[in-house]
Design a protein around this ligand. Structure first.
Ligand code: MN
Length: 230
């Protein structure tokens, strides 16, 4: 048996109604996949190929709950997203074939240190400090279902007030199209999550804020922003 120098737990997300967890290998995220959000970020929404960044699987916060206000930022933003979990290997496939790789879906928050993301973006540097940080990826349990979600309401309330509201049908690139495109670059498969982008209305949160995200058919993701991390 392989020995490790210290214990480390594998990041994993519960699957609704099941005992076994979905172990996570990679977390891919799509940038600017709704026209309204592309515009509010100061870019032109076009059907240029999608682009991606990654979060470390260790960023996941299964089930939501209280997450610390992230360190080293003065502008922590919410981005509510549909997350797709893959269940079959695919490589360089068409959208039709890519659709068959879906294991299920979840509701996720792509928490973002917007000040750090923009500072990196403006210098042409990677977004890691702005996107991939501890507790930056709260996620609900995965709802099993092999049909890709192509439409349905997506929204986020902060302290009971609607901040983000859209429809999955408004995505510039659909779930099968994203999987197909990403599969041109990676051997995708079980253990891969994809955050599929956020509708317009992103904005800052503060300690004490209560976030409630919803995607039709997938339930709710409740997150409270705690005190600053120490
Ligand atoms: Mn995002």
């Amino acid at each position: 048996m392989t020995a490790y120098l210290f214990p480390l737990s594998l990041p994993a997300v519960p699957v609704s109604g099941e005992a076994a967890l979905y172990p996570v290998r990679r977390v891919f995220c799509v940038g600017r996949n709704y026209a309204g959000h592309a515009r509010e970020m100061g870019s032109d929404p076009t059907r240029e190929p999608p682009f991606y960044f990654s979060k470390s699987p260790d960023c996941l916060v299964p089930g939501g709950g209280t997450v610390a206000y992230a360190p080293a930022t003065a502008n922590l933003h919410h981005e509510i997203e549909l997350v797709v979990a893959l269940g079959r290997p695919v490589f360089q496939v068409t959208p039709d074939v890519a659709a068959g790789a879906v294991f299920g879906h979840a509701v996720g928050l792509d928490m973002t240190r917007r000040d750090l993301q923009f500072a990196a973006r403006d210098k042409g540097r990677p977004w890691d400090l702005g996107k991939s940080f501890e507790q930056s990826a709260p996620i609900t349990p995965i709802i099993r279902g092999s049909a890709p979600i192509l439409q349905g309401a997506i929204s986020l309330e902060v302290n009971g007030e609607i901040r983000q509201k859209g429809d999955i049908a408004d995505m510039i690139w659909s779930v099968p199209e994203i999987i197909a495109h990403l599969s041109q670059y990676y051997h995708l498969g079980p253990g891969d999550l994809i955050y599929t982008g956020t509708p317009e209305g992103v904005g800052p949160v503060l300690p004490g804020d209560r976030l409630l995200g919803r995607v039709e058919g997938l339930g709710e993701l409740a997150v409270t922003i705690g005190p600053a991390a120490c």
